[in-house]
Design a protein around this ligand. Structure first.
Ligand SMILES: N[C@@H](CCC(=O)N[C@@H](CS)C(=O)NCC(=O)O)C(=O)O
Length: 215
């Protein structure tokens, strides 16, 4: 199977995670961010992730890919219960996180930005949505303060470094991509359980953290 992604994309991380958690081999292909033709040809719109199944057909939508891979290949691993408090915490973080992430993603050395035009495409498209990146970067101190308050709430919810609710569940598929995005933000103080979780889950699912390119 082939999985088409953008490295910065949290939905793509969800799809990558299930392959890693189940140790299923797959080919990871990063699309250029300004390549509209390839995804449109595959699924009728410019969106990642896209799974190409072994029969050649294409499947969009991260959670459809996650459930397809979990259900069809070996024993399902996402069998644990979910905790609505995890979803509430992620909802709170999502209210401001793109303001911290998008200006940093735009500067990162991701494969989808290999050409100048692909990076420019991202910058133009995202600034039109969230506002000027330089101005957003100036808001970093207050946004990190808000983020650290939410991470303190999250810390109380995490039951194990290997599964946020004690047994792997869909909550892990939603939580880790957010923490992986946050890892590109320099200067975030992680509470101990959140830190242990993001590191252990990165190892388990085979998706790197971005601490080494944090800015
Ligand atoms: N509902 C979709 C959302 C996927 C999505 O929004 N992907 C973004 C990247 S994070 C995308 O491809 N946007 C088009 C673009 O970046 O031009 C899913 O869960 O897979």
């Amino acid at each position: 199977m082939k999985l088409y992604v953008y490295d910065h994309c949290p939905y793509c991380v969800k799809a990558r995670m299930i392959f890693g958690l189940k140790k299923i081999p797959f080919e990871l292909i990063t699309l250029l961010n300004d390549d509209e033709a390839t995804p449109i040809k595959m699924i009728g719109q410019k969106m990642a992730p896209i799974l190409q199944k072994d029969d050649g057909s294409y499947m969009p939508e991260s959670m459809d890919i996650v459930h397809y891979v979990d259900d069809k290949f070996g024993e399902p691993v996402l069998s644990g219960k979910t905790n609505p408090a995890i979803a509430d915490c992620l909802k709170s973080i999502s209210e401001y996180l793109s303001k911290l992430l998008l200006p940093r993603f735009a500067q990162a050395d991701f494969c989808e930005f290999k050409t100048p035009s692909s990076r420019e495409y991202f910058i133009n498209k995202k600034q039109a949505i969230v506002g000027n990146f330089a101005q957003l970067l100036q808001q970093t101190p207050e946004l990190i303060k808000r983020l650290e308050q939410d991470l303190a709430i999250l810390d109380k919810l995490i039951q194990s470094p290997e599964a946020c609710n004690g047994q792997l569940s869909v909550d892990d598929i939603h939580l880790f991509p957010t923490l992986r995005g946050i890892s590109i933000i320099k200067g975030v103080a992680y509470p101990p359980k959140v830190d242990a979780y993001r590191k252990a889950m990165s190892h388990l699912c085979g998706v790197n953290l971005l601490d080494n390119i944090a800015r």
